[in-house]
Design a protein around this ligand. Structure first.
Ligand SMILES: CC(C)(COP(=O)(O)OP(=O)(O)OC[C@H]1O[C@@H](n2cnc3c(N)ncnc32)[C@H](O)[C@@H]1OP(=O)(O)O)[C@@H](O)C(=O)NCCC(=O)NCCS
Length: 190
């Protein structure tokens, strides 16, 4: 079954953040904030490392193509108060029936530990379930990636598998989770 096509990426709001589609002007700030070991260590091994000088511009060009084709949504995470430029990225894409992963995120370490990604992930998850009407979300993280793992736990995702994943930092245990729409809506209502 081919994955469904995504609509144009909307601007989403949370109490402290604006999530807006990535744009070509974002490349310099991504090039500045992204290539840090703490950020990339548990990201997919497909990310070039050491990060090349044109890494962010290549990445942004891919984001724009994927959004134009309706394959993925890529949001820049911009604080309502603080720097006017992005401090991280969150992505969402339809289930392709194979990869068991539909959401990615990273935040500049200068902004870690304030609950900001929990806020962004909750908003994007709500968009997937309520606006897009998806029945479930596949999620994944390296077992050692405690912060990412904790976000899944807090969202009520169920651990369904542990396998070997390939990360920038090497091979490691990869946790695979499923978050069901009914569970999400039920938790929000409770
Ligand atoms: C994952 C990431 C986005 C989390 O961002 P963040 O804004 O700091 O996360 P939050 O502040 O919303 O916190 C998430 C939870 O993880 C917990 N946490 C954070 N670091 C932790 C650690 N080392 N051990 C255990 N729990 C940890 C927090 O306490 C919080 O849980 P709580 O609300 O129960 O206290 C950030 O660490 C990051 O950018 N990492 C690098 C990129 C990455 O790994 N992305 C995910 C790939 S799957």
């Amino acid at each position: 079954m081919p994955p469904s096509r995504m609509p144009p990426t909307p601007v989403l709001h949370t109490p402290r953040l604006v999530l807006r589609p990535v744009r070509s002007k974002d490349a310099p700030v991504i090039q500045r904030r992204f290539p840090q070991w703490e950020v990339v260590r548990w990201l997919n091994a497909g990310i070039p490392w050491p990060y090349p000088a044109d890494g962010a511009s290549t990445y942004v060009a891919t984001c724009l193509e994927e959004m134009a084709r309706g394959e993925k949504s890529h949001w820049a995470i911009v604080p309502r108060k603080g720097p006017a430029d992005l401090i991280g990225i969150i992505d969402l894409w339809p289930d392709d029936g194979v990869s068991r992963d539909q959401r990615g995120f990273w935040l500049d370490p200068a902004f870690h530990g304030q609950g900001l990604m929990t806020e962004a992930a909750d908003r994007v998850t709500d968009y997937a379930f309520r606006q897009l009407g998806w029945p479930c979300l596949w999620l994944s993280n390296a077992q050692e990636n405690r912060a990412s793992r904790r976000i899944k736990e807090k969202q009520g995702a169920q651990l369904v598998d542990i396998m070997i994943g390939r990360y920038v930092g090497g091979e490691a245990s990869q946790m695979v989770w499923q978050l069901m729409r009914e569970d999400w809506i039920g938790r929000q209502a409770a």
